[in-house]
Each structure stands twice: as structure tokens, then as C-alpha cells.
Design a binder for this molecule. Sequence first.
Ligand SMILES: [Zn+2]
Ligand SMILES: [Zn+2]
Length: 301
Amino acid sequence: MTQFSSRPAERLWRLILMVAAMLPIFSAARADALVEKTWIHGSANCAENRDAPLETFQFDADTYIFRQNKCLNFEGPFIYVMFGQHTVFIQDTGATADAAQFPLHETVRRLMRQRGDEKLNILVTHSHSHGDHIAGDAQFRGQPGVTLVEPNAPAVREHFGFTNWPDGVATIDLGGRTLTVLPAPGHQDEALVVYDERTRWLLTGDSLYPGRLYVRDWAAFRASVEHLVTFTKTHPVSAIMGTHIELARNGEQYPAGTTHQPDEASLVLTTRDLEELDRLLQQAGAEPKQIATQRFIVWPK
Ligand SMILES: [Zn+2]
Ligand SMILES: [Zn+2]
């Protein structure tokens, strides 16, 4: 198959895929596939689990979602990988540090090699600084071509130029693809939300996903959600995705710490869910309280 492995043919194929992706019928089919996607979801008996340490899902020519195996760590976080012309963006590094068990950096490099993109820069940022989203940082730190934004408030603010946190937005240029970064404290102090203009995804980290939304700072969380709603009024959103799933399709919670979720809810939420979250938070007022819906649970901590 030499004609397909040569570089110009590969470029042409990617161009064809990109043009196809712009046709509404293809993008609608892809969006449906994402909504209906069944991820690796652990096992009742992890000793018998044969899934890879991380699942790689390709959404379009330049966009991937990884899911960590719940048998490796019950958190089973999601990781987002987006390619531009000069930079690969990676949001989060998972819940396991050991590269032998959880070869995240190697998986990204392999992907880059397969694409003929091995010369691209890598930018690693985090949805926030909790341990289940930063554990693989050491695999990237100090590697050639890698910029790792350290997961702490001063580093995040300095890298993105947030001088009046949590006000303002920042942008990331991947080359022909721009991401917008919005501060979203509440779950955690340096939480960020990322918007991709290409896919129109809003990546909400642990601030909004189908599960328990632990809120440490109630006032900050309410303000962040309100900001996000305002943002979505002027930016089209095709999907809202966070970094965990903790609900079943029928809306029931899986117990915290479980390593087996056989009937998971879709990873994909919508602007209607975000607006519902905002409405419930405004209704709840200044006093933190637990709010349960079929799509998410607000959980003051
Ligand atoms: Zn968290
Ligand atoms: Zn988390």
C-alpha cells in the first residue's frame, strides 16, 4: 500500500477528510456517534480486565478523546487531544503516573508518528489541578518540544496572561485552530474551561459532567457557570464534555470508587444542561445545597 503511505497522498487524504467533515451529513453522523459512544468502562473483576490502559477515540481528522481504564484508576478520566498545524493540545494527563502502566506520552507520540506530525510542538494544560488529571505530567515534563503548564495557580495565570483572575479569556493558537480558555473556579481554584472553535466543543473538566459536581467554592462556582452561559450565547456549542462519567443511562449514580460502569450515560451534555445548572444555582441562592437531577448532581464540599 505504498501509494497511501507516501506523504503527499496522506496530505491529500486528510484534505479529503477535512472537506468531507464540513458537509453537514458527515458532521451530524459524527456528532451522533460521539453521543452514542460506549467507552471502556472497567470490569466487575479487574483481574480479568483485558482493555488497554487508555482507549483512543478519533472524532475527526485532528481531534481525539482518550479514556483511562477504570481498572487502572477508578476515576477513569477523559483526556482531550487536538491537533493544529504546529501544535498538539493535550488537556490533562490522567490519574496514573507510571508510564509502564499508563503510557500516555508514548501514545501521543505514536499518534504523531502515524500522522506524520512528529515535528509538532506539544502543549499540555489541565482542566484543573486535582490528582486524577495531572498524574501523568512527569511523562511530558522536560521532553523535547513540550510545553507543560504546571498545575498551580501562579503558573496557569502567568502562562495564559490572566491578570485579573477569574475575569478575562485567553486564546491558544494551534496553527489554523484556535482554542479559547475561560477561568472557571468553583470545583477547584485554577479550573479552566476550553472552547474549540473547530468542533465547537466546550470542555468543562470537573465543573460539569454526568456525575457528582463537587463544589468547593459555592459563590465562585455560581459565577463561573453564569459566565459560561453568557459565553455560549455568542459561541455555538455542539457538545459540552467534562472529564468523568458517574451516572448510568437511567440517571442513577454509580457508587463513588466503583471500577465497573456497564451502562454509562453519554459523555456529551448540551447547552440546555448548562442553562439548567445555571438556573438551579440561581434558584438555590447563596447557601450551598445539594441539587440532584437526572443529568448531574451539584454536591457542595
Ligand atoms: Zn476535580
Ligand atoms: Zn476529576
